[in-house]
Design a protein around this ligand. Structure first.
Ligand SMILES: NC(=O)c1ccc[n+]([C@@H]2O[C@H](COP(=O)([O-])OP(=O)(O)OC[C@H]3O[C@@H](n4cnc5c(N)ncnc54)[C@H](O)[C@@H]3O)[C@@H](O)[C@H]2O)c1
Length: 269
């Protein structure tokens, strides 16, 4: 029974990626940094790219054996040059993101385009850059970090549309390149405790208590929860899984008892 209770957000999922080169975009912060750290702990050589130079400078101290490189993943020429210089990669994780707070009607067209660029066009550019070497070698795993915002509207129109597109891209790549030994899967994350939420908690100490009630497992996710799913998809344990989108959301999208409670005047805290 204890074994079933293990891993309440801890890093106790074991995989072996000995000698593998793993690209993690947006890996200098939050979930990407933990993904890189878990791959390193499993024997991989993570190559972390990001635009945040201060955060990048800290990566090698935090992730043993990692390489940290400044790369704007929306810059097509730079992405191509990067892959030529630092590939081939066994695994690529499309994780970089921006998510604007602007109201849909007042956001500028440039802001909307930038959100789609970082969250959808960049994964296309990165995928196109790493794919030829994966195809040549007859093996490779691509994992896209999507969001439950792609499945139901929770705010952030452009971000959500881009994350839905990323799920479609996942199926396209899986279908086109499966015969070459390349797998492509995605995770759709619920709320994960990253620096973004630390800031919100500092401003509003009750925010997590209110939020956690919406999650059947009664907590929001940790970066370790997200990383465990990414490593699973990249691993040989997922060798016959491609084109899948796995919700990693503490059950948020499984159902909505709070709606039922509202209707029946109950409260199941
Ligand atoms: N935190 C959550 O609650 C949550 C929920 C659902 C999905 N996600 C997804 O998880 C992933 C990681 O999110 P996070 O919370 O760790 O975010 P984060 O903001 O902490 O990290 C994103 C990283 O991407 C980098 N980045 C932004 N634009 C870039 C560009 N053009 N080129 C290269 N790097 C760039 C940023 O500098 C940052 O380091 C994202 O794909 C996000 O959509 C997060």
């Amino acid at each position: 029974m204890d074994a079933l209770r293990l891993n309440p957000g801890g890093g106790d999922v074991a995989f072996d990626f000995g000698g593998r080169r793993v690209l993690v975009t947006g890996g200098a912060s939050g979930i990407g940094l933990t993904i890189a750290a878990r791959f390193a702990a499993a024997g991989a050589h993570p190559v972390v790219v990001d635009v945040d130079e201060d955060a990048l400078a800290a990566v090698c101290g935090l992730v043993p054996g990692a390489t940290a490189i400044r790369l704007d993943v929306t810059d097509a020429a730079a992405v191509t040059d990067f892959a030529a210089a630092h590939g081939p990669f066994d695994v690529a994780v499309n994780n970089a993101m921006i998510c604007g707070d602007d109201d849909f009607l007042s956001a500028t067209p440039e802001q909307l385009r930038r959100e789609v660029d970082v969250n959808l066009v960049a994964p296309m550019l990165v995928t196109r850059a790493v794919l030829p070497a994966m195809v040549d070698r007859g093996a490779g795993a691509i994992v896209n970090v999507s969001s439950i915002n792609a499945l139901q509207h929770l705010g952030n129109e452009a971000y959500s549309a881009a994350k839905a597109g990323l799920q479609s891209l996942t199926r396209s790549v899986a279908t086109e390149y499966g015969r070459h030994g390349v797998r492509c899967n995605a995770i759709a994350l619920g709320t994960v405790d990253t620096p973004y939420w630390s800031e919100r908690r500092a401003a509003d100490p009750g925010v997590l208590d209110r939020l956690e009630r919406w999650y059947p497992l009664r907590r929001i996710g940790t970066p370790e929860d997200a990383a465990a799913a990414v490593l699973f998809f990249a691993s040989s344990a997922a060798r016959w899984i491609t084109g899948a989108v796995l919700t990693v959301d503490g059950g948020f999208t499984a159902g909505n008892l709070r709606m039922s409670d509202d209707i029946h005047g109950e409260r199941r805290d």
